[in-house]
Design a protein around this ligand. Structure first.
Ligand SMILES: *Cc1c(COP(=O)(O)O)cnc(C)c1O
Length: 386
């Protein structure tokens, strides 16, 4: 059993409590209730010439970052978490641990930054790559090659169709082949899904999104189930590349984490109401949301997302790209902007962002639903469609 699991068990604290206090509710040195921000780039050694906490240079980390990491590790029930300067810094560092020529399997529809990076590594001969149809479980199983695949990378729910991949089944497939399973769980926070408990080896979050939740931090997190050689390498790489999250961003992230549960639950509740409202709307071709019984991932989502289906959904408007863009520009409350997981709702025409090579449908609007009053959001989309 991991340290963090023991921590939760021993203290009999529930995850909501751990998040609200970000593990420690007072600073030992001063009694400050709000966690302090340590900006120092270096830390003094003591009389015996040992660092007081851990390494004493900020490229290794800093006390503010460690508090955020320990909180995230506890929420994910992992052994350890590492925070990076961005989600992409975390992903590219993990991919750096794939051996030369190693095989990676990943879904064909997913966060485009990860897909582009995987394709780049493949084009350079650094890895071999199989992209599989995420909607077909047999395609995932077929993409993983026994004794050859090093890493099975999945994302759930998937950007921007919000299709759901069965984490437990993916873990079985990966492990039977001698591969590890890494899960991009950015859209399904630990509030509702804990991939490590379902068999994943590493969880990834763009902490820019729900974990921070206030659209004012760029950050990425990796959380591990075990402290193995690969994990040591990831930690070493983060220091050598110089990619740890900076103190101020760590501090903002701590501030955001404290309200994670209430934010995520409210966003889930709003998104479900909104999806139900627009599902059968005359101007809408289809609503994609894992919480809808009509969604093809709904059965897995019900098992795997135990406390809400998240705030992410997509609406396919009747018509083409111009019609979808027009809806985005007519919105008055929902902000036409990229990113997700903030307290304010955002809408985006995904095809414009991803470019013409993207497999995303022309008429798809991706919505990140926030914590506003849901009636204001529904009315806003109604007037934009009208
Ligand atoms: C935003 C995002 C990323 C990349 O994270 P950054 O923090 O922007 O670098 C990766 N995966 C998903 C699902 C994302 O939404």
């Amino acid at each position: 059993m991991s340290d963090t699991t023991r921590h939760i068990k021993h203290n009999a604290l529930r995850p909501e409590t751990i998040a609200a206090h970000t593990l420690k509710s007072t600073d030992e040195a001063t009694g400050a209730v709000a966690p302090p921000l340590y900006t120092s780039s270096t830390y003094a050694r003591d009389q015996s010439y040992t660092p007081k906490l851990r390494e004493n240079y900020v490229r290794n980390g800093n006390p503010t970052l460690w508090q955020a990491e320990q909180t995230i590790a506890a929420l994910e029930q992992g052994e350890e978490a590492l925070l990076f300067a961005s989600g992409m810094a975390a992903i590219t560092t993990l991919l750096e641990t794939v051996p030369q020529g190693g095989h990676v399997a990943a879904p064909d529809v997913m966060y485009y930054g990860t897909r582009d990076w995987l394709k780049r590594l493949e084009a350079k001969g650094r890895i071999t790559l199989t992209l599989f149809d995420a909607v077909k479980p047999e395609a995932l199983a077929g993409a993983v090659q026994k004794g050859k695949t090093d890493l099975l990378w999945i994302e759930t729910p998937l950007n921007p169709t919000w299709d759901v991949i069965d984490i437990a089944a993916a873990a079985k497939t990966a492990h039977a082949a001698g591969a590890i399973l890494a899960v991009d769980a950015t859209a399904s926070a630990a509030v509702t899904t804990q991939p490590l408990l379902l068999g994943a080896d590493i969880v990834f979050h763009s902490a820019t999104k729900y974990l921070n939740g206030h659209s004012d931090v760029l950050a990425g997190a990796l959380i591990t189930r075990k402290l193995d050689q690969r994990w040591q390498e990831i930690g070493m790489l983060r220091t050598k590349i110089g990619a740890p999250l900076a103190p101020f961003e760590s501090w903002l992230l701590i501030r955001g984490l404290r309200t994670l549960f209430v934010r995520y639950r409210q966003a889930s509740q709003n998104a479900l109401a909104l999806a139900r409202h627009f599902e059968k709307h005359p101007k809408i071709e289809r609503a994609l949301y894992p919480g809808l019984a009509s969604h093809r991932g709904h059965d897995i989502a019900r098992r795997q997302m135990t406390d809400g289906f998240g705030g992410m959904l997509s609406l396919l408007v009747k018509g083409g790209a111009t019609d979808a863009v027009r809806v985005c520009t007519r919105l008055k409350v929902i902000v036409p902007a990229t990113s997700l997981g903030g307290v304010e709702s955002l809408a985006e025409h995904r095809k414009t962002v991803e470019g013409p090579a993207s497999p995303v449908p022309d008429n798809l609007i991706r919505l990140s639903i926030g914590i506003e009053h849901v009636d204001d959001l529904i009315a806003d989309i109604e007037q934009a469609l009208g």
